[in-house]
Design a protein. Structure first.
Length: 164
């Protein structure tokens, strides 16, 4: 099994768990924040969905330069729209991975803001830390938000306290 195939298998498994959580986001509580420094529930849910779209920036491109972008956040008006975003980005991630030669993973990738370089590392490390681990981190945050809102949680890697 190639590296691409192993990553695609993990993406499919994790995408299903992520989708189950995103489907539970109570949009009527979109402005909920467990702490003043926290993101809102809506912003966190969108962020969790958006991370699946980072494969293009991390594998197709050799750098991400924030000074060259004009990021205007798209507005989402329902849980269904956020789930649809997630589904679309996961499908695109699978296509990118299918089309990426394994040799691409060894190339360096840089995150910068103009002249300020935050880091450079090989793409294999970047996709693990930024496309995968970053998702798992924020997905964990989302489970805490949902728990605080008394939303029963599905199991992720086995049963949950709610699902039995």
């Amino acid at each position: 099994m190639t590296l691409n195939e192993r990553i695609i298998a993990e993406i499919k498994e994790e995408a299903a768990a992520t989708r189950r959580l995103l489907e539970l986001v109570p949009f009527e509580k979109a402005d909920f924040k467990p702490h003043e420094k926290s993101m809102t529930l809506k912003r966190l849910a969108v962020h969790v969905a958006e991370i699946s779209g980072w494969w293009k920036e991390c594998l197709v491109s050799d750098e991400l330069d924030f000074s060259k972008g004009d990021f205007t956040p798209k507005q989402y008006n329902s849980t269904a729209e956020i789930v649809a975003l997630h589904d679309d980005l996961v499908q695109k991630a699978e296509k990118i991975l299918t089309d990426t030669p394994e040799s691409e993973f060894e190339k360096p990738w840089t995150m910068r803001d103009g002249e300020q370089i935050f880091f450079t590392m090989c793409k294999a490390q970047v996709v693990r830390s930024w496309c995968m681990n970053h998702l798992y981190h924020h997905r964990g945050q989302l489970t805490v938000y949902l728990r605080l809102l008394d939303v029963p949680l599905p199991g992720t890697y086995g049963p949950s306290a709610d699902a039995g």
